[in-house]
Design a protein around this ligand. Structure first.
Ligand code: BES
Ligand code: MN
Ligand code: ZN
Length: 510
């Protein structure tokens, strides 16, 4: 990953491939954002006019390159749009800084070192700029080797930006240093989640995923327990086993625990980890299965969040549950009409084998509930219906406690993850009534995302606060990159979960 450093050096004397500055949309044309004063001065105070001549407006996502002024050690100035300029004396919003830094980080692919002369009003800005560049500079080229077995860089491809220097970030200021270190820890884990999501499903089976979690646990001193298919059979995890039964790659349930000696709160994170979702016997048609390697994004987010909580040393206990299975059709696959006995003891009539996420989550939610955590949050690419409702950038938040749902929504907003609260209307429950079993895994088509949430609710232990994040939309970006979001796996929900753990550790939640 890109290295992040703080420096109080002046821009002109800095040896770098580029100086990044901010340009915002003012009332009368583009305005140069704070941090770029030295650059503006070298342009005789005419930088805004120069940028306007080059067609810059300051719009979000905009990128303008210009030669650095005489006397600068760096050859290039990269101006990134920040969107609307804040009112006089106002500050740029964290998300505007994050996105602008992300756009620059992406544009500087192949560069060794770039200095960021963007507004650094406080430690929060250091964190936002750090996150933006570290996430924006991400690339996944493990498989781009032209058949010669060498990776993209070895054959002359472009490596991500090697070093980002945040000018105005104070290397001796404790708050600035902590903000940068937090950005590095969170983004390293988030980028690892992106790698897992982008890894093709033939190279990421449940067993391989569990092995990666084991390596991470070892590296960061976490407790880990992996239940393989034998242990799952012995334990009666009918949901995970049922979904995994069609695949030659057997399922796993991973429990990963981070604990702090002084913690008095316990959070459980549960992730849907379908390493490939073909739909099973209720096979998905072509056009709906090409991106289904992303169906383990929830589990990847949970792994990343638990490891990040450990790296940050948060004063809270966090248990991560990864419900890992591959959903495939075969002679041993679960059929529409089969009844599964779940870990909770309830029976489920499987009417559609493509509604598999709720089956694996049900067992993991029940297992998580047995420890009586203060709250459970599950994360899942659960329903196409949630994408229809909220689009491809916003995740839905459901749950059994309105205050907790609101807290999660606020945490998501704070870290720059678009999210929206969704209801669990009681009347939709009866659609899942089964003639044969306790419940069916499908109900009314209308409100499908909410129906899935209502199904999950049945497997949360009595009295436990629970929320469900349906990240089917934002988990995987099928369009072009934007801001600090790349094409492919995005790492959706990681930053929200980490923020929730921080707020819980600080006692700012319930
Ligand atoms: N993994 C899918 C949901 C999904 C769709 C995620 C598109 C990301 C992008 C899930 O397992 C699924 O197939 N859900 C079905 C449920 C239905 C059969 C009740 C759906 O949403 O169509
Ligand atoms: Mn499915
Ligand atoms: Zn799925």
């Amino acid at each position: 990953m890109t290295a992040l450093t703080l420096s109080t050096s002046a821009a002109p004397g800095l040896r770098a491939d580029a100086i990044v500055i901010g340009v915002a949309k003012g009332a009368k044309g583009p305005v140069v954002a704070p941090g770029a004063e030295a650059v503006d001065k070298a342009y005789d105070g005419r930088l805004a006019a120069v940028l306007e001549t080059l067609g810059a407006s300051g719009a979000e996502g905009e990128l303008t390159k210009l030669p650095a002024p005489a006397g600068f050690k760096a050859p290039l100035v990269v101006a990134v749009g920040l969107g609307a300029a804040p009112a006089a004396d106002g500050e740029y919003e964290a998300e505007a800084l994050r996105r602008a830094a992300g756009v620059a980080g992406r544009a500087l692919t192949g560069a060794k070192k770039a200095a960021f002369a963007l507004p650094v009003q406080d430690a929060a800005a250091v964190g936002a700029l750090g996150e933006g560049v570290l996430l924006g500079a991400y690339s996944f080229d493990t498989y781009k080797d032209n058949g010669n077995g060498k990776d993209a860089k070895a054959r002359g491809g472009k490596a991500p930006l090697a070093e980002a220097v945040l000018l105005g970030g104070k290397p001796r200021d404790a708050a600035h240093k902590a903000a940068a270190a937090r950005a590095v820890a969170v983004c390293e884990e988030l980028n690892r989640a992106r790698d897992l999501i982008n890894t093709p499903p033939n190279d990421l089976t449940p067993a391989i995923f569990a092995g990666i979690a084991q390596d991470a646990a070892k590296e960061h001193g976490l407790k880990i327990q992996v239940l393989d298919d034998k242990a799952l059979t012995k334990g009666g995890y009918g949901g995970i086993l049922g979904v995994g039964s069609g695949s030659a790659a057997t399922p796993r349930l991973v429990k990963l625990s981070y604990s702090h000696p002084d913690a008095d709160k316990h959070l459980a994170f549960v992730g849907k980890g379908i390493t490939y979702d073909s739909g099973g016997i209720s096979l998905k048609p072509a056009g709906h299965n090409e991106t289904m390697k992303c169906d383990m994004s929830g589990a990847a987010a949970v792994l990343a969040a638990v490891v990040a909580a450990a790296r940050l040393g948060l004063e809270v206990n966090v248990t991560g549950w990864l419900a890992l299975a591959e959903n495939m059709p075969s002679g041993s696959a679960v059929r529409p009409g089969d009844v599964l006995r779940m870990y909770s003891g309830k029976t489920v009539e499987v009417l559609n084998t493509d509604a598999e996420g709720r089956l694996v989550l049900a067992d993991a939610l029940w297992a998580a509930s047995a420890e009586k955590p203060d709250a459970i949050v599950d994360v899942a690419t659960l329903t196409g219906a949630m994408m229809l409702a909220l689009g491809s950038r916003t995740f839905g938040i459901m749950g059994n406690d309105d205050a907790f749902r609101t807290a999660l929504h606020e945490a998501a907003e704070e870290v720059g993850e678009p999210a929206w609260p969704m209801p669990l209307p009681e009347h939709l429950r009866k659609g899942m009534d089964s003639a044969t079993a306790d419940i069916a895994n499908m109900g009314e088509r209308m409100g499908g995302g909410l129906v899935a949430g209502l199904f999950l609710r049945e497997f949360v232990g009595e009295g436990i606060t629970w929320a469900h994040l349906d990240i089917a939309g934002p988990a995987f970006n099928e369009g072009g990159p934007f801001g600090y979001t790349p094409k492919g796996g995005t790492g959706s929900a990681v930053r929200t979960l980490v923020r929730l753990a921080e707020l819980t550790a600080a006692g700012d939640l319930g």
